[in-house]
Design a binder for this molecule. Structure first.
Ligand code: URA
Length: 264
C-alpha cells in the first residue's frame, strides 16, 4: 500500500488544472508550496496577467550569461538583422524560450527612422510571432496613427525580451540582462534616428536609469551605447494606459511632443 497517487489520479489532477485555466508553466522546476521555506528557484516577481508594467523593479546589472553562453558575443557576431534573428532563434540559453512558442523579433518597416521598443511579448504576440499585436498593441497603433506613425509605413517595432514570460509576469533582472545584448545589437543594426521606449522595463534597461516611467515619460533622453547616441522618448506602456484611462491625457501630451519634434 502506498500514498503516492496512481497514474490515472495524476492525469485527472492535471486535467483539473487545465480545466481551471492553469495552462502555463511558470518555472523550470516544480515548487512545493507545502514546504516551510520556499525553494530559492521560486520566481521572485510573478504578477497577474494584466499587472502594471510601471510597477516593475529597477534592472540590476548582471553578467549576460546563462548556461555558459555569452549573449554579448553572440549578438556582436550578427552583422545583419536576419543574422541576428537567426542567432536568437538558435539560442537556447534563456529559460523563457522553453515555454514560448515563438521568438518575437520585430514587426514594421526595416530601416524606418523610428524604432519602438516594448518589454516582452504577451500571449497574442507569442502566438503570432510579432510584437504588439494584442489589445495593447492595437491601442498603440491607434494612438500612433493619430500622429501619422504606422508600422506599415514608418515604424519599426521590437521588445527588450523576445520570449514571452509565462503568465505574462515581468521578466526577471537575469532574463533582462541576458537579452539586453540582443536588443542593443538590434538597435545598432536597425540604425533608427529615434527611439520610442515604451514602459518601465524598456526605459530602465536601455537608458540605464532607476527613474520610473511615470517620472520619465515625455522627457527626451539619449540612448548611448556601442558608440551610438540616439534621441529617445519614454512613453507610458499602452497596457498601463488601458488599465488607467486617466493617464490617456499624459500619453496624448507626450505624443504631441513627438509630433512637434518630427515636424522640425
Ligand atoms: N507588451 C510589450 O511590451 N510588448 C509586446 O510586444 C506586447 C505587449
Amino acid at each position: 500500500m502506498t500514498d503516492s497517487p496512481s497514474q490515472a489520479e495524476i492525469i485527472d489532477m492535471l486535467r483539473q488544472h487545465v480545466e481551471a485555466g492553469c495552462t502555463d508553466m511558470l518555472a523550470d522546476a516544480p515548487i512545493n508550496h507545502f514546504d516551510a521555506a520556499p525553494p530559492e528557484a521560486a520566481p521572485a516577481e510573478m504578477r497577474p496577467v494584466e499587472a502594471a508594467p510601471e510597477m516593475a523593479a529597477p534592472v540590476a546589472p548582471i553578467a549576460p550569461t546563462q548556461n555558459n553562453i555569452d549573449t554579448t558575443e553572440l549578438a556582436a557576431s550578427a552583422d545583419s538583422l536576419p543574422a541576428l534573428r537567426a542567432a536568437m532563434e538558435d539560442f537556447d540559453g534563456c529559460a523563457l524560450k522553453k515555454t514560448a512558442k515563438n521568438t518575437v523579433f520585430s514587426d514594421g518597416v526595416e530601416g524606418a527612422k523610428i524604432m519602438l521598443i516594448g518589454e516582452a511579448p504577451g500571449q497574442d504576440e507569442d502566438r503570432q510571432g510579432k510584437p504588439f499585436v494584442g489589445a495593447s498593441g492595437q491601442f498603440l497603433d491607434t494612438m500612433l496613427a493619430a500622429i501619422g506613425i504606422s508600422r506599415m509605413e514608418n515604424l519599426y517595432i521590437s521588445n527588450v525580451v523576445p520570449w514571452r514570460p509565462p503568465g505574462n509576469r515581468t521578466p526577471s533582472p537575469d532574463e533582462i540582462a541576458l537579452c539586453q545584448p540582443f536588443i542593443a545589437r538590434h538597435i545598432a543594426l536597425a540604425k533608427p534616428d529615434m527611439l520610442l521606449l515604451v514602459g518601465n522595463i524598456s526605459n530602465k534597461t536601455l537608458l540605464a536609469t532607476d527613474t520610473g516611467i511615470t517620472k520619465l515619460r515625455g522627457q527626451w533622453q539619449r540612448y548611448e551605447a556601442d558608440g551610438l547616441s540616439i534621441s529617445a522618448l519614454p512613453l507610458l506602456h499602452p497596457a498601463y494606459v488601458l488599465r488607467r484611462p486617466e493617464t490617456k491625457a499624459d500619453v496624448w501630451a507626450d505624443l504631441c511632443r513627438l509630433k512637434k519634434r518630427l515636424a522640425n
